[in-house]
Design a protein around this ligand. Structure first.
Ligand code: ZN
Length: 83
């Protein structure tokens, strides 16, 4: 009985370590690969991506994001004029 409890506890700990990726696949089902990377995603779903790491790279991405949002706001303003 005691041995069984120890086994269950060990399985639980293992479960916490081996999280499934859970990203939605193209088939619409959750990804069953082991997701231990960034955000508990597997290597196929962004788990290996570290994002921009240098200060320069982060600044470049921030600038690109600001540009995209500015374009989006301009587009929305045009749409509201029409409506
Ligand atoms: Zn995955």
């Amino acid at each position: 009985m005691r041995a069984w409890l120890e086994m269950a506890a060990r399985l639980e700990r293992q479960e916490a370590r081996n999280r499934r990726c859970g990203a939605r696949t193209r088939a619409g089902t959750p990804c069953r690969a082991q997701g231990s990377g960034r955000g508990n995603r597997c290597k196929n779903h962004g788990g290996l991506c570290t994002g921009a790491r240098s200060a320069e790279g982060r600044a470049r991405i921030a600038a690109a994001q600001r540009k995209r949002w500015a374009a989006w706001r301009a587009q929305r303003a045009r749409n509201e004029e029409i409506a």
